[in-house]
Design a protein around this ligand. Structure first.
Ligand code: NAD
Ligand code: ZN
Length: 356
């Protein structure tokens, strides 16, 4: 399946399918190999151990290829990780005609993307996502690193030249990581594709750990459409934040790494459904959603155990707020997200009431 994406810096293709890593040039723009002089493939140790050699050999058929392997985990999405990769780029003599290939999940994608956005004021980037979550993070052009004071605080918009999503690589993804990415599929279902949501609900939970390119393409399409209309998050791109205001606060108060992002998002979405109902809107019944999501392996303990005043404080530090009040994405109905502005007292009341 190929999805064309229009962006301010031109169109690019997202291709989803099996074995794509073996013939990447087929999914790159024509002339890619003639226009480039060399490539740098970035991967973390885990992904490298499974797939780097295949990918390197495939690219090396046409161009000189360098590789650089980083430790796995969020810690490399930092100033020091960024500096380390820039140094590698300089040592490998990459220039404006070179391209960076991000082979990995959202961590490698964001870091490699930020390097590509800033090295020599911007060079080409190709995303090769390897996690389920990266079906989300590899599209839309957001790249960046973390600051000790907050996640994703330093970054740039930089659209890839292509996204090559070989879903065969998902076969080695651990279950925990699977559930992390699945939360974003559910999110895209709620905010933009009822059919997708129904298909996800209908998946046999024991067979969940394989997913079709069709479902992934539907999920990608929801994000693509929103980003296409609002690349720089001036308006509706904020809908993609559905479930994330509480999720970020839960992650922060639990300490990063304690709670997986997917679990936090699923908890956040259920609470957002509840808030929507309290505001008088329609949308799915949170109690029913909890049931099927729990059957997939998600825990709702974070929501039941949250400390409302602590959560409120964490929410207020969110960089997406404007002028003090909290902007909350709720559903007027399925596929109808909207942004509600909530006062502190109101949110505290809802959190207390939800826990009961
Ligand atoms: P990740 O890249 O750290 O991958 C998770 C783990 O899975 C890692 O340990 C990795 O080594 C391993 N892994 C990756 N692919 C594998 C495979 N095929 N087989 C076996 N193991 C594999 O994390 P992630 O969940 O993919 O991404 C999280 C990051 O994405 C966060 O930093 C988040 O901020 C970012 N993000 C960015 C955007 C965006 O729009 N740019 C959107 C959402 C999230
Ligand atoms: Zn998310």
């Amino acid at each position: 399946q190929t999805i064309e994406v229009g962006s301010s810096s031109g169109t690019y293709a997202i291709t989803v399918g099996k074995q794509l890593r073996m013939t990447p040039y087929r999914y790159l723009p024509d002339h890619f190999s003639r226009k480039k002089n060399r490539l740098l493939i970035l991967a973390d140790e885990t992904v490298a151990s499974y797939y780097l050699e295949d990918v390197r050999a495939a690219y090396a058929e046409k161009l000189p290829v360098h590789t650089y392997v980083l430790p796995a985990g969020e810690a490399i999405k930092s100033f020091s990780g960024y500096e380390e990769v820039l140094t590698a780029c300089l040592e490998m003599r990459l220039d404006r005609e070179s391209a960076i290939i991000a082979l990995g999940g959202g961590v490698i994608g964001d870091l490699a993307g930020f390097v590509a956005a800033t090295y020599m004021r911007g060079i080409s980037l190709v995303q090769m996502p390897t996690t389920l979550l990266a079906h989300d993070s590899s599209i839309g052009g957001k790249t960046g690193i973390n600051h000790p004071e907050g996640k994703n605080m330093i970054g740039a918009f930089h659209q890839p030249e292509a996204v090559i999503y070989d879903i065969e690589m998902l076969d080695t993804l651990p279950e925990k990581e699977w559930l992390c990415g699945f939360g974003e599929l559910v999110k895209h279902g709620y905010i933009g594709d009822q059919h997708l949501l129904e298909q996800l609900k209908g998946l046999n939970q024991y067979a969940t750990f394989t997913i079709s390119d069709e479902l992934l393409a539907s999920s990608i399409t929801v994000k693509k459409e929103i980003v296409h209309q609002d690349e720089r998050e001036e308006s509706i791109r904020a809908y993609l934040n559905f479930g994330h205001t509480l999720a970020h606060a839960l992650e922060q108060t639990a300490g990063y790494g304690v709670l997986t992002h997917g679990e936090a998002v699923v908890n956040g979405m259920v609470f957002a459904l509840y808030v929507g109902r309290r505001l008088g809107y329609g949308g799915p019944d949170p109690a029913e959603e909890i049931q099927w999501l729990r059957a997939f392996g998600y825990s709702f303990a974070p929501l039941n155990q949250m400390n409302p005043s602590q959560i409120l404080q964490a929410m207020k530090r969110d960089k997406k707020n404007r002028g003090g009040s909290i902007r909350y994405v709720v559903l007027a109905n399925l596929q109808q997200p909207l942004i509600a502005t909530l006062g502190d007292e109101q949110l505290l009341t809802y959190m207390d009431a939800f826990k009961k």
